[in-house]
Design a protein around this ligand. Sequence first.
Ligand code: GTP
Ligand code: MG
Length: 640
Amino acid sequence: LTHKKSSKKSSNTVPVLWKCSMCTFDNHETMVYCEMCGVFRESFVKSGKDVSIKESVNGISNNSGTSALSNSDSTKMPAKTSTTNFDGDSERKYASTSHDKVNSTQLASVGSSSSTGKKKQPVIFDNNVPIERTTQLNADHFQLKEDQGSSRASSSAQNKGSMETLSSDISQLSIERNNVNVAQPLPEEYKPEGWMLADQESGVLSQLNLAIVGHVDSGKSTLSGRLLHLLGKISKRDMHKNEKEAKEKGKGSFAYAWAMDESTEERARGITMTVAVAYLETKKYRVVLLDSPGHKDFVPNLISGATQADAAILVVDASTGSFESGMDGEGGKSVGQTKEHAQLIRSFGVEQLIVAVNKMDAIGYSKDRLEFIKVRLGSFLRSCNFRDSAVTWIPLSAVENQNLIKSPSDARFTSWYQGSCLLDAIDSLQLPSRDVSKPLILPICDVIKSQSTGQLAAFGKLETGAIRNGSKVLVLPCEEVATVKTIERDSSSCSIARAGDNVAVILQGIDGSRIIPGGILCHPGFPVPVANYLELKIRVLDIAIPILIGYQVEFHIHHVKEAARVTKIVALLDKTGKPSKTAPRFLKSKQNAVVQVTLDQAVCVEEFSKCRALGRAFLRSSGSTIAVGIVTKIMRQDQH
Ligand code: GTP
Ligand code: MG
């Protein structure tokens, strides 16, 4: 108990005053509905006190999520392949521009079939052979190998009898673990070791994972590239090269964006397709920038990449018509990605948002336009349960370098603006509390293997716990134990990584083909369940077609996307989270419900109440996000 509490002691944490009956999220006392899932606080619904309380909640007046998500047309479920596919377009990109000379023939992703020549983040192994990281955040490529699937199936059969019943602290759920293909641990309390809890290494800044999201062409990559350049992360030579090549290709305005958009296709199309990762330092943080694609076809890549975010910058294009497209889609007929991304990022658990109102130069640095945007977008953000006090508005121009790392200089801007610049706003973000004292959980978003040395690096953010050189880790879903050889943060080695850190873990004692993106590194004594029968509580977004039993969906969870079917609608939930007595035959927009899903292949998953990062799920269909939810129960096949 002491350990559980200790992770919540951070001065940044919101005082815990009531726990949501639906998703267990700890809400501030002033909230009358759950910030996480929108369910009303039971006592207030019953007592009718909600009106007075609502007024005191900083203008947050309702939870009528108005988002209808767009109908993207080309997000397809991948054809099942017998190998993990690492083709080029979906590679995760690393925007650090100082390591682009690595010979790509030395490098290989696990199962890699091609290379695009993108700049990638090298990992320096012990023998100083630099290894580029060829990660993919495109969930299409996180399909498990068929042989791995079957090995799980067979071992799950062996474990049929080994069912563990735990008593959840909410709603007395009986949680039965299924398909955990490793020795079941006794349900004893985990005791962190002293080195895990030690104070931060002196002189090392805390790591902040910052997602850059927003509608297509709002200027996310330009802003990211410009920030890197201003902070000395892009050499003069590289910048000059980008400028020259962009101009030659008639894409002069994309010179800064090219620091992030590195593949030939991205550059030719002028859009980001996969999440690019770059590193910079502020006064307070080592920031991991996750520059996301804005185009609606690449929302799955955003989900897989930006799910690691601690905070986000939502970039909006202030220019006439463009802000409106970001809100209402092209032609005002659908929903733009300004809205979809804001909703998704909130569902990832991100509470703090900087809204970068970009392209102020295009509207003559108009204060009135900024105010108009603040009112319209502000009310939408409230409907997504972003607190007003956790949203910072920063007007800027990435192209004209106004208000990025210092106060603006343009007289049209300075005449009315005295607020913070973007860099100061980043430094004002608070780190979320980190669960260092829990057993290790590191969802793997990327795996690379050095062809020359055979060494393996798994990339990802530690969600809980800590590791150090020599730690034994259980690799799932393959159920093999490996040893941490070294750890790297932004290409330099470090001896310990703790919850919140985004690192490369160089492993030994395991075959490269056994580690896959979408897998997990965890504590050998505390394995994460691997399962394909799940019960979820979901909130249905705006959908055109009702959800019926048998409905085929794409199931997204941490770095995995898996084909799934809705196999049961268990109950509707009312505003208090209370289940209906009879199950509805179908679900429609804005309903909350309990459903069961069957995944084609088992994935590493955890109940939300035990690990938020492994228990947040998204259901998508025909290119749209149709529901956001949380995993409430992991089931055996015969319970389904
Ligand atoms: P996706 O990744 O495809 O969603 O686009 P993005 O949001 O990364 O936009 P990107 O950085 O690629 O920029 C799109 C276009 O907007 C480019 O032509 C940029 O030069 C332009 N742009 C970006 N920032 C500004 C700005 O501050 N002012 C003006 N006028 N144009 C800008
Ligand atoms: Mg971009």
